[in-house]
Design a protein around this ligand. Structure first.
Ligand SMILES: CC(C)(COP(=O)(O)OP(=O)(O)OC[C@H]1O[C@@H](n2cnc3c(N)ncnc32)[C@H](O)[C@@H]1OP(=O)(O)O)[C@@H](O)C(=O)NCCC(=O)NCCS
Length: 180
């Protein structure tokens, strides 16, 4: 499994990946991911932040993005991560999240946030292990596909504060390798 920056050659495979996701998972990606024009525009965008895909041959099996927030929060990046159901549980989510963290820190972002529906145990475990901590609980903040209200958690990673923590998970080494 290889992780690479999203380029135009992967757009069709990425569209297929999104089209095959269960509807509930699309909640985590706020953009219009089933619209070909939107996805193609990502591959050519020059906006800050980044998008990466995991590929297995011609297939896209995972997607992660870091989107800087606008205006006075442009030092903050929002992470969006999703792995194909058939590829879950083998470390790909963790690999993609680490890649996003390394690239975001390298790009100078000093805080990262991720929004997680309260029941998403796997996402919570994954981001907590990477040094994210709970920063807000927004009660009844989203409606799921059946119209039920669900809580949303905002986890945050303050880069400077958690630098020591990053050391323990080996990410500082990766950053050093990137800088070199
Ligand atoms: C969250 C998600 C990206 C995890 O992807 P993944 O490839 O399965 O993750 P990994 O295999 O790297 O697992 C990472 C950790 O999650 C936890 N985990 C994985 N599957 C789990 C499960 N079914 N139940 C509970 N915890 C689980 C484990 O702690 C695991 O660490 P370990 O391998 O050391 O035990 C994936 O479930 C997904 O796409 N979910 C829908 C979208 C979403 O929730 N996105 C997050 C918010 S943006």
């Amino acid at each position: 499994m290889q992780v690479e920056p999203l380029g135009p050659e992967r757009c069709d495979a990425l569209l297929t990946f999104f089209a095959e996701l269960p509807e509930g998972d699309l909640t985590f990606i706020k953009e219009e991911v089933t619209d070909p024009e939107t996805v193609r525009s990502w591959a050519t965008a020059t906006t800050p932040g980044g998008r990466w895909v995991a590929v297995d041959g011609e297939r896209v099996t995972g997607y992660v993005a870091v989107r800087p927030l606008p205006g006075w929060s442009d030092h903050v990046g929002e992470v969006r991560l999703v792995v194909a159901p058939s590829a879950r549980g083998s470390g790909l989510g963790r690999q993609l999240a680490r890649r996003a963290l390394v690239e975001a820190v390298g790009a100078g972002l000093s805080k990262l946030v991720v929004e997680i529906v309260a029941e998403q145990g796997a996402a919570l475990a994954l981001f907590t292990d990477l040094g994210f901590t709970g920063e807000a609980l927004l009660r009844d903040h989203i409606r799921d596909r059946s119209g039920e209200l669900r809580d949303l958690m905002v986890l945050a990673h303050h880069v400077s504060e958690t630098w020591a923590g990053m050391d323990t998970v080996g990410i500082a080494d990766e950053l050093g390798a990137c800088a070199g």
